[in-house]
Design a protein around this ligand. Sequence first.
Ligand code: AMP
Length: 279
Amino acid sequence: MEVINTIAALKMLLKPRKLAQQKIALVPTMGALHKGHVSLIKIAQQNADVVVCSIFVNPTQFTDPKDLEKYPRPLQHDIEMLQEAGCDYVFMPAVTEMYPTKENWHIDLGDAEFLLEGEFRRGHYQGVTQIVKKLFDAVEPELAFFGQKDFQQVLMIRHMVAYFKLPIQIVSCPIIREDDGLAMSSRNIHLSSEDRKNALVLSEALKYVQERFEEFTVEDLLKGAETIINEAEGVELDYFTIANGETLLPENNKETPNLVALVAAKVGQTRLIDNMILN
Ligand code: AMP
């Protein structure tokens, strides 16, 4: 596995692979890797000849400077994990490599940009799509792998790809969970042991909805899920919604295809998100 820091070096290394018609896959991450990230690498390996994983904590997608400052960066551990997973190239650029000058990126990502995470983190998806476009330009992959864990992010990236008409296939991969159901996240490291227990209500509420989906109305499902979360200690709910997976607008009709339950809450000082697809 090679670790690369510049776009020029990365392009040089990938050039012969492309000339040999090898399929290149990209897995963008912000590091602090866990089994969820490794699952993306494994799925990428099954679908491509060469897997590039990027590690870059992208400043333009953070809406809270404290969140950026305290984002975990265990680089040595990350490199070892990727080596073990059999990743081919790790791209770890400096901020100045990705942003040599200040750029006021703004593209039309559609109305869903301003819903859910977009409402709580204004401008977040402009920053996300900005860095992903830069990574796509650097790697020029045929395929790129993202986690369903960040459901709205996958949707926004699909919009960005359509906007620029990029020849890149976006693949959404299943959420990897701890044994007790908590969705793996780089942010879980910030949870105290008390928070860690309380955080379970997120996946429990989603499961409650998924298991009763055929039986209950959307209104009753939402009431039940919100009660589960609101009764938990130290958990402050931002939203729990059953939405159309394309528009992210709330949906009452259970016959609508592509319904998804999405939740975000602050557990102690840590904001967590999770979701489950319902039909
Ligand atoms: P991040 O480093 O948090 O930006 O995540 C990098 C990629 O890993 C994103 O596409 C995430 O959606 C994905 N990811 C994060 N957590 C999980 C998880 N628990 N299961 C599967 N994919 C995940």
